[in-house]
Ligand binder design. Structure first.
Ligand SMILES: O=c1[nH]cc([C@@H]2O[C@H](COP(=O)(O)OP(=O)(O)OP(=O)(O)O)[C@@H](O)[C@H]2O)c(=O)[nH]1
Length: 680
């Protein structure tokens, strides 16, 4: 990165964008920053009246978004990021703070209050820098700032206002407009950073990064010094908090201190608008026990499963001496990790490789425990010991004990005095009767994908799926495979699809404002789980599930969906038969598995039946534009038979060739992303 060397300084670091905003993602990705997106779960409900100035609210919200992700990741993702970036954009006019409209009337209220006037757009940004220390603690340092841009709107007629609102664009945008798209037509002038209005003040951000990486934290000693100072309860006076001679002057807002809203964070935090400051550190201590969060003392004691502790201990041993590897013939190879390298391998590299090497063992341990219904059992009868579990699941005591211990190390179970209980994760996702159970999908992975992946080498050599090696019959299509088998196999396959639709359905169904559509058709909608989420999210909408006759026949096994009278089932083959008429078509997890030829046949059929203004909602895993992730999508491609994985732009281009214009894209942080297109 020539333009901004500091971006390249982040290469190799785990940078996390704590935001679901596709615009922030695009702004940062466009400058070559490599990062993961982990949207924040922080609810934007801080009491605005507690803030002296609106930008303080934006900064505090950005901070809470970033900290929530920084705290969650070590526990839920079992990895600690190096940097977490949070942001919050607000619009202020006539003393009011405008966020995203909740519905069309709210959008009308906002846009009419902006008509003919100048307003301010503030984006607050928080950068949380995480430092993992030798003693298994994580120190958090916080740099926060904001940027203001002034925007003047033209006078807006009622017709213009409603046309704009009905385009759907205002709904996920601060102040109810998107300056980068149709909303740009409403704007007379912009004073300040344009990208700040779009959601991220890139220039100011780069300057702050440069302060962190070029001037302030050149040595790890300095970093830890700042932590100890802040933990002593004093205001941070670390290097990060000292304005350096090179601190750029960003704007004329002068300095501001962060007030004390609901969290205790502010009590020790004083920041100037222009200079980066170290916050009182959040100190994370890893324990094998439940989490304990003490914000008031600015000390967070997070729980990490024994998994992390155990794994790190093992890696540290191997780091010093040898890395044990298992050869394909099963022999232990003592491999001197330093033998062929000039420099010692980095701890995080060893950790990453260790995770990859052991990944298959972890998957199979999970599959086996799920198959034996260990999580169901421990939900019904928590606190059993290994012998009792073994008796219930009809397995050996020795094998069961090993499996239970492995599950504890993976964060699926907890153990106390050699008795076992489910973790929250197991309770919510692994019990077969949980509302968001992935049990059926796990079974499918074990039954179908596991054998397929055992032939991966041949698949790579030959360039096609090895499905014929793992199913007795020849057809390559997964659904048809299932339908050539027993009823039980068909139901198992449907159950796998059902699980994914139930877990991802709400995120997909609520990703866009679809209130204008009254009838939808979910093509290949299987059990109707996704359709059901659409009817829940859109009270005025009815959804037809269009799927093969055999699927429709078996769908009644998936109660209580059939009690939802806004979900109906129509039997047919979308390649052969006429498609039902609807205002909105849903294609969830369909396109990635089709050949180009089939895909164009299907899209042409949808385009033919769609009138202008009809919607098409596509839900798939969207690959990063440079195809560097997410791994989930790229790994799935390894087992796909005919289709391919695409980025959001690739899907957009494909749909455009059939007359569908992409209106919005949503990276949901759930199992599936979503794209909303309108027939031109
Ligand atoms: O001209 C534009 N103005 C604003 C936007 C987009 O508006 C939203 C602002 O909302 P917020 O800061 O709360 O961010 P979210 O989208 O909810 O994502 P988080 O997960 O970060 O909370 C933001 O997406 C801007 O990009 C715009 O697009 N144009």
């Amino acid at each position: 990165m020539v333009l901004n060397p500091v971006i390249s300084k982040l290469a190799g670091k785990l940078v996390v964008l704590a935001s679901a905003s596709p615009r922030r993602l695009e702004i940062l990705r466009n400058v070559g920053l490599r990062f993961e997106v982990v949207p924040s779960w922080f609810k934007e409900t801080l009491d605005k009246s507690l803030f002296k100035a609106p930008h303080e609210y934006a900064v505090e919200t950005a901070k809470q978004k970033a900290l929530e992700v920084a705290r969650r990741m070590p526990i839920k993702h079992l990895k600690t990021p190096d940097i977490v970036i949070g942001a919050d954009t607000i619009v202020t006019v006539d003393g009011m703070i405008l966020e995203k409209p909740v519905d069309k009337h709210d959008a009308y209220r906002m846009l009419s209050s902006l008509s003919g006037k100048e307003h301010s757009v503030y984006t607050g940004v928080a950068i949380v820098v995480c430092h993992e220390k030798e003693n298994e603690e994580v120190d958090y340092q916080l740099i926060q700032f904001y940027e203001e841009t002034k925007v003047k709107f033209a006078d807006l007629s009622e017709d213009m206002l409603w046309e704009y609102i009905n385009s759907g664009e205002p709904m996920d945008k601060a102040g109810g407009y998107g300056i980068q798209a149709l909303g740009g037509m409403l704007v007379e002038y912009v004073h300040g950073d344009f990208l700040n209005v779009v959601g991220f003040p890139l220039n100011h951000f780069c300057k702050q990064l440069s302060l962190i990486y070029n001037h302030c934290t050149s040595s790890s000693d300095q970093k830890s010094e700042s932590v100890h100072l802040s933990l002593n309860g004093t205001h941070p006076t670390s290097v990060l908090s000292q304005p350096t001679p090179n601190v750029p002057t960003q704007s004329s807002h002068g300095s501001s201190s962060i007030p004390k809203p609901s969290s205790a964070s502010s009590s020790q935090t004083h920041h100037t608008h222009c200079s980066p400051s170290a916050s009182p550190a959040h100190k994370v201590k890893r324990k094998g026990s439940d989490s304990e969060v003490s914000q008031s003392s600015w000390t967070l004691v997070n729980s990490l499963s024994k998994h992390t502790d155990g794994r790190e201990a093992k890696l540290r041993d191997s780091e010093n001496t040898t890395l044990p590897l298992i050869s394909s013939s099963g022999q232990l190879i003592e491999h001197d990790v330093t033998e062929h390298e000039d420099s010692e391998p980095r701890k995080e590299d060893l950790e990453r490789i260790g995770e990859l090497i052991d990944g298959f063992k972890a998957s199979k341990a999970l599959f086996t425990a799920a198959r034996l219904r260990v999580f169901d059992l421990l939900h019904r009868m928590p606190g059993l010991d290994a012998a009792q579990v073994a008796q219930e699941v009809k397995a050996s005591v020795k094998g069961t004990e090993c499996l239970l211990e492995a599950c504890v190390s993976l964060g699926l179970l907890t153990s106390k005095e050699r008795t076992y209980e489910n973790t929250d994760l197991a309770t919510s996702l692994l019990r077969s009767d949980a509302c968001f159970s992935l049990h059926g999908y796990i079974q499918h992975c074990d039954d179908t994908l596991w054998p397929l992946f055992s032939h991966l080498e041949s698949a790579v050599e030959e360039g096609h799926s090895q499905r014929e090696k793992v199913v007795s019959n020849k057809p390559k299509d997964m659904l048809k495979d299932a339908f050539h088998n027993s009823q039980e196999a068909k139901l198992r396959f449907m159950n796998a699809m059902h699980c994914v639709a139930k877990v991802a359905g709400k995120s997909v169904a609520t990703a866009f404002d679809l209130s204008r559509y009254k009838t939808a058709c979910d093509l290949g909608g299987c059990t109707g789980a996704m359709a059901c989420e659409f009817t829940k999210a859109h009270p005025g909408m009815s959804v037809m599930v269009f799927d093969l006759p055999a699927v429709v026949e078996l769908s009644e096994h998936f109660h209580p969906l059939h009690s939802n009278n806004r979900v109906s089932f129509v039997a047919g083959d979308f390649f052969q038969d006429e498609l039902p008429k609807a205002d909105l078509y849903i294609l969830a997890r369909i396109l990635h598995d089709l050949t180009d030829e089939k895909l164009h046949i299907l899209l042409s059929k949808i385009a033919d039946v769609c009138k202008p203004g009809c919607g098409l909602l596509l839900s798939e895993i969207f690959l990063d534009e440079d195809r560097s992730g997410p791994s989930r999508g790229l790994l799935q491609a390894l087992s796909m038979s005919e289709g391919k994985q695409r980025s959001a732009t690739e899907y957009s281009v494909l749909l455009k060739s059939h007359g569908f214009i992409t209106a919005q894209i949503r990276h949901t942080d759930n199992l599936l992303d979503a794209m909303f297109c309108i027939k031109a």
